[in-house]
Write a protein that binds this ligand. Sequence first.
Ligand code: NAD
Length: 476
Amino acid sequence: MYPQLSLYIDGQFIHGGGRPEQDVLNPATNQPMARLPHATREDLDLALSSAQRAFETWRKTSPLERGKVLRKVAELARERAQDIGRNITLDQGKPLAEAVGEVVFCAEHAEWHAEEARRIYGRVIPARQEGVRQMVLREPIGVCAAFSPWNFPFNQAIRKICAALGAGCTIILKGPEDAPSAVVALAQLFHDAGLPAGCLNVVWGVPHEVSDYLMRSPIVRKISFTGSVQVGKQLAALAGSLMKRCTMELGGHAPVIVCDDAQIEAAADMLVGFKFRNAGQVCISPTRFYVQEGAYDKFVSRFLSRLQKVKVGDGLLPDTRMGPLAQARRVTAIAGFIDDAHQRGATILAGGTALGGEGNFYAPTVIADLPEDSRLMTEEPFGPVAGLVRFKTIEEVLVRANSLPFGLASYAFTTSSKNAAALSNGLQAGMVSINHFGMALAETPFGGIKDSGYGSEGGLETFDGYLNTKFVTQMD
Ligand code: NAD
């Protein structure tokens, strides 16, 4: 069932051919399903030269023509969503409906970039002198190197590819070796949509070796990375030393503030769905739950009762609501957070254990009475764990919510417009969602501040990181 995996370089799908390879495991069973070929130095050099050559033509291809390829990708993605989704479930673990939904939803990203590419405007600045024309032009930055993660393997990759290609850049993408099928499927989609050879290249390997090699090449002018803060800082430091542009979409530790005046039960129901989506392996996952004292008991009781409906199992089974964690190392990581909570006297209200068996299954976990300096309240868990604490006033909770170096997503639930304004103004985050979950749409900017990174994906801002600004002044 699972597809054959390949590199995609200069318009060719390249299989093993004696290259180093690694196993790709099914996280529901930990059984190997396929071998993933790693790029050799020669492959990386070919990807670089091919992307450079393709850039000279692609940059001059009209936005309308570039948009046609992106629209075709959207159409093909919808057609193939079932197959691509099934393979995402097999290598990443999320329930089939989530995996198929990811692909269908992402077709919109391709369409959005096709539409916005036609609106990459410059401007004319009135001159001080007759006969002078002053223009601001926006030009594609060049060859991009992008590194996308395993939690939303289709979503994170297609956003980077569409932003680069829509802007007129070419791109070399290293996808997640843990969950590679979606990126190979993407290469096939772009290939079949008629993208010229070299505009998109897909490579695999040892992550730091590949990123180091590509980033140091003078051909590469821009880096885009989604992943952990730790790796992001390393790559940003290297990019800085090489004076290359970056978009960094890094980890978060999203606070959720539930006020006394919120619609408590509706908030709890929504939050269970959102917290345990993709087994909590989501950079915008709600993780630190601050619940106001008057609402606390009602919220906790409803949250726990709703949690009963989160059935854990193999993502291919129809009644599964939460699949396995994507790798065995995530189970170990989550166990570390739980041990720390235990040692600090916190109360485990639900879960708190791995579920045994062959796969990386972990029980949806809820922990209360956490000290503010516990690991769960200070480090990104990236798993199916919610930490619940109480707060008294809006002023106090804002200080606590803003106390960490992260600044990606944040959430609040309240029926008071005064609270909503105070929270949306006061939360230090790239994104604030009040009374619902409304992030990551194609037309809205996605990105963080502080340690969560810089630059936006999606929205009107999506091409900013892929364009140079050139000022031209001309006298008759
Ligand atoms: P990790 O830090 O080892 O890797 C995170 C991602 O970065 C992986 O996809 C990996 O292949 C890639 N990577 C690692 N080193 C790299 C390098 N030098 N150059 C290029 N790419 C590199 O952690 P992990 O165990 O894979 O994932 C767990 C942590 O990663 C989580 O705690 C979470 O913070 C973070 N993460 C964040 C996102 C996100 O959407 N922001 C996605 C996946 C993982």
